[in-house]
Design a protein around this ligand. Structure first.
Ligand code: PEP
Length: 245
């Protein structure tokens, strides 16, 4: 399966940051994986223009569940698709915790994204306390059951397993822990969407860097990465992409 490497810029980046996309183009000409950069809303259209004539695709970090209406401050999937976004990250742990985004809301957003032709990267992952009390698999299973919409398929959905305690901390689960969770995610996908569940890409996210990416990509059922901090610098992000053979 061709790996998917997605960079989440979070609330970082002004127009000057588009130089990183220009640099990334130069560094990833030979890449054999799918590459996605998800800048803030304000840079999406410019990022689409900057990545023209390259393999780099552009995504958003959230969308609303409705396609239009009285939702001050929100942006719909249809609007994102119109300006050239192809992916959208949904249910990131920062949104689940800061905005109390529940699984049902993630599923509703993913359903609209699907209608607009966007591929959703649905994020799941346990907290430190849940890892410590042995409920990580249970938590991830429940998040998946609630967050995957009807009609999900390998062409409109990817899953990102991101242990909350590994995001931005430099901490990383053992390869055995990653393998255990990814295999549980695969099982849910096969239960939910049958044979095509085998082709849905399952990304690992949480403190991925150029120096640890190759080891993570060796783990069965790891089909790519969702990268935060290390996606902000083209040279570091390109190192991760190079490891995704
Ligand atoms: C993320 O926020 O999705 C993430 C994986 O962040 P980082 O790579 O910085 O841990």
């Amino acid at each position: 399966m061709q790996k998917l490497i997605a960079g989440n810029w979070k609330m970082n980046g002004l127009a000057s940051s588009l130089a990183e996309i220009e640099a990334l183009k130069g560094l990833t000409g030979q890449a054999t994986c799918d590459i996605v950069v998800c800048p803030p809303f304000t840079l999406i259209e410019k990022a689409v223009a900057a990545s023209k004539d390259s393999a780099i695709l552009v995504g958003a970090q959230d969308c609303h569940a409705q396609s239009k209406g009285a939702y001050t401050g929100d942006v719909s999937a249809e609007m994102l698709a119109e300006i050239g976004a192809r992916f959208v990250i949904l249910g990131h742990s920062e949104r689940r915790s800061a905005y109390r985004e529940a699984d049902a809301s993630v599923a509703a957003k993913a359903a609209t994204a699907q209608k607009s032709g966007l591929t959703s990267i649905i994020c799941v992952g346990e907290t430190r306390a849940e890892r410590d009390d042995g409920t990580a698999i249970e938590v991830v299973r429940a998040q998946l059951e609630g967050s995957i919409p009807e009609g999900a398929s390998s062409s409109n959905t990817a899953i990102a397993y991101e242990p909350v305690w590994a995001i931005g901390t430099g901490l990383i689960p053992t390869v055995e822990q990653i393998e255990e969770v990814h295999s549980a995610v695969r099982k849910v996908l096969e239960e939910r969407i049958r044979a095509d569940g085998r082709s849905v890409r399952i990304l690992y996210g949480g403190s991925v860097k150029a120096s640890n990416a190759a080891a993570i990509f060796q783990v069965p059922n790891v089909d790519g990465a969702l990268v935060g901090g290390a996606s902000l610098k083209a040279s570091e992000f390109a190192g991760i992409i190079a490891a995704a053979v």
